[in-house]
Design a protein around this ligand. Structure first.
Ligand code: EPZ
Length: 417
């Protein structure tokens, strides 16, 4: 079990370069099975989830060369095989092989996907979408077997603008006859990133990034090339660290259009920063102010930055409230935050109050999920003394080169197996 040890309370200065977005990359790799033969994906982050997806692609007889954050994928020998549980359960994003293989072969077999335990995370919206396109979905034990003699384009309305379902139905619709329209689609940047790849392969897609997306079924696809967008969640996490410990900390690879709600909240709590193009410079903010945060789908405040922001609010003078509307169980980090000296209180299923400012002290903690782990890592960086974070694999899953990036700007941080 990987453990991260941190000596807290060191100011951080220097430069951090944001990597490619995990939540884009994990969709772009399965999407590559649709390209004619070869595809290239640039700016791929170095994280565990990518390794698992490469294993699944190789199981399907794709050849993958992975060098300098670039994937060279040859899917000319692609074979459709059942995806084993030990791989599909490693992450939530394995479910993108459903849409991709259904479009390519009209059949896919795989186990239930995994993912952070921050809620039930059903995939009913995905399944309903596949069925509306004409697929038959069977669940035998914990295996999905999805088949379709023919997929027919349809107008599909999502009960909830699910990121995963939007991407999955966009992929499946490529194998359908005619046009598919997704109403109430998710608008997260990841959708646009995947659509740009598919359009590059020759698929006619309109409206990616809006509530309404139109996809033309396309039989013959070209080879595809794309670049993974800069990771808005990794970026927001380091900006929070800069607001707490920065000494002209420079963060490169910032796409401010992907972080508008978050940056507005930062301003509201008194954080000052300068931004020029994709470069943001930030220093430690004294006298942080409390605020109210409600997580929403894009372009609202992102749920994935709720837990890192909680740590920032432990340093604000007064009472803050966070309302988590996307997941039903995303406050698990607060137990260990309180053990470090924070005062947070879950006042209802999805509401948290945070009282500050509180001096945090180092202790042994356990990362419960990816962004909860990030929240504890930030707390450890500002705490007096030493903190050991158990189960840190969950952090390494989503933050590329996090130890090196923080060491390079002066953090006293190391991995102890
Ligand atoms: C993606 O998850 C991200 N993961 C999540 O990031 C992110 O929090 C989420 O989008 C929202 O932005 C990846 O991209 C791999 P959803 P996804 O479908 O696609 C419910 C991180 O920390 N729902 O938009 O699973 C679901 O239970 C991770 O990087 C259904 O009920 O998100 C959740 O409560 C965590 N039925 C809500 O919708 C469905 O069929 C949002 O889910 C699908 C979703």
């Amino acid at each position: 079990m990987t453990k991260i040890t941190i000596e807290g309370n060191n100011l951080l200065s220097g430069e951090i370069k944001i990597s490619g977005a995990k939540n884009s990359a994990v969709a772009l790799i399965p999407a590559a099975v649709l390209s004619k033969e070869k595809s290239i994906i640039y700016n791929v982050p170095e994280i565990k989830d990518i390794e698992y997806l490469i294993k699944i692609m190789e199981l399907l007889d794709c050849k993958i060369e992975h060098k300098n954050n670039t994937l060279y994928i040859d899917s000319s020998n692609l074979k459709n095989k059942p995806i084993p549980e030990d791989l599909s359960v490693q992450m939530r994003a394995s479910y993108y092989f459903m849409g991709a293989l259904l479009a390519k072969f009209g059949k896919v077999e795989m186990s239930f996907p995994g993912g952070c335990n921050i809620g039930a995370r059903p995939i009913d919206i995905h399944i309903k979408g596949f069925e509306q396109l004409g697929a038959k979905v069977e669940i035998i034990k914990n295996r999905y077997i999805i088949t379709a003699d023919k997929l027919i384009g349809k107008k599909i309305y999502f009960d909830f603008p699910s990121v995963g379902a939007t991407i999955n139905i966009m992929l499946a619709a490529i194998g359908a006859e005619g046009t598919t329209i997704i109403e109430n689609a998710a608008m997260e940047p990841e959708i646009v990133n995947v659509a740009s790849f598919l359009i590059n392969m020759g698929v006619k897609i309109r409206g990616a990034g809006t509530k309404r997306i139109e996809i033309e079924g396309t039989r013959k696809l070209n080879n595809g090339i794309c670049e993974v967008f800069s990771d808005r969640i990794e970026c927001g996490t380091y900006i929070i660290i800069g607001a707490l410990l920065g000494k002209n900390l420079t963060i490169k690879g910032v796409i401010k259009e992907h972080l508008e709600a978050f940056l507005m909240k930062l301003k509201e709590v008194g954080v000052k920063y300068s931004i020029n193009g994709d470069t943001l410079i930030i220093s430690k903010t004294e006298n942080l102010k409390p605020t109210y945060i409600k997580t929403l789908v894009f372009p609202g405040f992102p749920t994935d930055l709720q837990q890192p922001f909680t740590t920032l609010l432990t340093q604000a003078t007064g009472m803050s409230i966070i309302e988590e509307t996307i997941y039903e169980n995303r406050f698990k980090n607060t137990y260990d935050l309180n053990r470090m000296g924070a005062i947070t209180n879950i006042i209802s299923l999805n509401k948290l109050e945070i009282k500050g400012p509180r001096k945090l002290h180092g202790t042994n903690v356990i990362a419960t999920d990816l962004r909860g782990g990030a929240s504890l890592l930030i707390a450890a960086l500002i705490a007096e003394g030493t903190t050991e974070i158990e189960n840190s694999d969950v952090i390494l899953r989503g933050y590329s080169d996090v130890i090196k990036k923080l060491e390079n700007v002066g953090a006293k941080i190391k991995i102890t197996e």
